[in-house]
Design a protein around this ligand. Structure first.
Ligand code: C2E
Ligand code: MG
Ligand code: MG
Ligand code: MG
Length: 281
């Protein structure tokens, strides 16, 4: 079928040839795009939900939605294996809309079923973040599912915010004005700038797993503590991601992280398993 697909690779198609994909042959790139396009039109994407817990007492505080692609005949595909292709081909736009809608629908369902409301964080690609229509999409999707904006957090990566600083700042401000929370994800990787924290109107800092992993080593703990102290001055919440051991959890809590997420508590769960957590909370 690669040959068939390659025959369609003519100028004027919507295909964008990325250098790294192109090296492996345009047929493969086109396969990836056509597969993704079909997956988006058939909505083959499912959200898993990873609990976030209160560092003080382990109580459930909400979830992070993490997308997987259930591709018929090919099994379940991790986001690192299709989000980059979706970004290269522009399919991240429609895919991001599906993800946002699915998350908002789920927030509304849980709210109806459990009385108590549990917030959900959705990851946003840099390309979505700088799309000037994105704040309106968020407002419309919340309204459509009757979700209070405070129940939605958007996780944006630090690198995205750095690369498109002016645009990111303006779009984040618009989303905060809607009442949506915004977290700076993977903080501490890449161009980690403490000034960035001050200059972006985010509500939360999410410390990357790579900084949590070496805990409880004292030097690593000192770095987390410094981030938490700065966050406190700026009135930002701090979430630690990728907490896998009790020792890491203790150290992160002592350093000042209020919210913990990671395999120690739960992996990303199916919607039914996440619902069971809610029922117990
Ligand atoms: P992220 O937002 O930093 O998500 C955290 C990743 O770490 C998730 O991988 C999660 O399953 C994993 N993780 C959580 N706890 C632990 C732990 O204790 N140990 C270890 N080793 N890993 C842990 P996942 O689900 O494969 O997602 C990877 C990345 O893909 C995410 O990083 C995010 O950048 C992106 N992504 C996921 N879902 C979406 C989405 O809906 N839209 C967009 N644009 N990107 C997404
Ligand atoms: Mg995230
Ligand atoms: Mg993260
Ligand atoms: Mg990460």
């Amino acid at each position: 079928t690669a040959a068939m697909h390659r025959a369609k690779a003519v100028p004027g198609t919507s295909l964008q040839f990325p250098p790294e994909g192109f090296e492996r042959g345009s047929g493969q790139v086109l396969d990836a795009e056509q597969g993704l396009r079909a997956g988006v039109s058939k909505d083959e994407f499912v959200l898993f939900y990873q609990p976030k817990v209160d560092a003080a007492n382990g109580a459930l505080l909400g979830f992070e939605a993490l997308v997987r692609w259930d591709r018929p005949g090919l099994g379940r595909i991790a986001p690192s294996d299709f989000i980059p292709a979706a970004e290269r081909t522009g399919l991240i736009g429609p895919l991001g809309r599906l993800i946002l809608a699915q998350a908002c629908q789920q927030i509304a369902r849980w709210r109806a079923e459990h009385g108590e409301a549990f917030p959900v964080a959705v990851n946003v690609s840099p390309l979505q973040l700088i799309d000037t229509q994105f704040p309106q999409l968020v407002a419309d999707t919340l309204a459509q599912h009757r979700v209070p904006p405070a129940l939605l957090t958007l996780e944006i990566t630090e690198s995205a915010a750095v690369t498109h600083l002016e645009q990111a700042r303006d779009q984040i401000r618009q989303m905060r004005e809607l009442g949506v929370r915004v977290a700076l994800d993977d903080f501490g990787t890449g161009f980690s700038s403490l000034n960035l924290l001050r200059s972006l109107p985010v509500s939360t800092v999410k410390i990357d797993r790579s900084l949590i992993e070496p805990l409880p080593a004292p030097d690593a703990a000192a770095v987390i503590k410094a981030i938490c102290q700065l966050a406190a001055v700026l009135q930002l919440d701090v979430v630690a991601e990728g907490v896998e051991t009790d020792a890491q959890a203790q150290a992160a809590r002592h350093a000042g992280c209020q919210v913990l997420q990671g395999a120690l508590y739960a992996p990303p769960l199916t919607v039914d398993d996440a619902g069971a957590w809610l029922a117990r909370a």
